[in-house]
Design a protein around this ligand. Sequence first.
Ligand SMILES: Nc1ncnc2c1ncn2[C@@H]1O[C@H](COP(=O)(O)OP(=O)(O)OP(=O)(O)O)[C@@H](O)[C@H]1O
Ligand SMILES: [Mg+2]
Length: 338
Amino acid sequence: MIQLEHLNKTYTSDRSEVEALCDINLTINDGEIFGIIGLSGAGKSTLVRCINFLEKPTGGRVIFDGKDMASLTHRELLAARRRMSMIFQGFNLLSQRTVLKNVCFPMEIEKGMSRAQITAKAMDLLRTVGLEDKADSYPSQLSGGQQQRVAIARALATDPKVLLCDEATSALDPTTTQSILSLIKKINRDMGVTVIVITHEMKVIEQICDRVAVLDNGVIAEQGSVRDVFIHPKTEISRNLILPQGEVTEFIPGERCLRLVFDGDTLLEPVISTMTLECKCRVNILFANTKIIDSKTYGQMLIQMPEDELAQERIMAFLEDKNIDFREERADGNNEAC
Ligand SMILES: Nc1ncnc2c1ncn2[C@@H]1O[C@H](COP(=O)(O)OP(=O)(O)OP(=O)(O)O)[C@@H](O)[C@H]1O
Ligand SMILES: [Mg+2]
């Protein structure tokens, strides 16, 4: 278990002070996949680097397995870091070493294992990530997704309890992202490794995380189960992360729009077609996104209502009748719960 208590981090230089983290309180349970999401500059990388003490917090405590990280000796801190492996967006592989030698590297530093044992374990890990046939290739001969797989195998070489993933998929295309996320989920499930996923993409969170914390300007804006935060976002920042403005194409300012939330009980297709039939009007779908989380379907949809006010009333009455959550979205960003 990892506990963050009143964690603060301020970067100080001659000319300025940046308060990157402010009073962060989080508990990450053993075996879970915990997501930390926020916009660029929110403090995500700072937070993850404070967790493994690559960055020393200016205030508060990080408790890992019952021990205050600040109380560890240098040697104990290195051991704690081996139990909290990190993978990065940029993969950070050693270009002069083959794939196999990259995975061997953390075990060579650790000492205590014979060369044969190290090689056997590295081959095992390459099998886990599906790359045993690339053992003798060099990183430059691999695709981005393959390089990330090598980085994951290398991170697993020290038998970590925790995997810290800082934007591990943001340099990858959607299909490769999918396969890396599946691999992380498999490692969590089969090896019991706790995973902390840092990302700016809600879709990464939806896909693999159990719980999520939303970081905004160094502060936790909200935290909870992915389902709760996804369906009932309490803060503007969460709503923006779930429904990014840039993805809505034909937004016409002044028109009334509704954001519908499907919470796993309603089938998407029949609702919209039934609504247009029953309300005798058409709606313009500006954005739609449905997801499977834990075998349940969830989704968000932004619809533009017809100009006719009576039709608008009918639509909202219909949604209330069907128990579908909805909220009015305005072009000026001044949203009101309906
Ligand atoms: N070494 C540093 N010295 C001074 N300020 C820093 C340092 N590292 C980060 N910061 C500042 O702290 C804030 C948080 O940065 P951080 O890298 O944690 O954000 P992030 O959420 O990871 O962003 P991104 O999504 O772009 O990676 C930013 O304002 C950044 O400029
Ligand atoms: Mg970062």
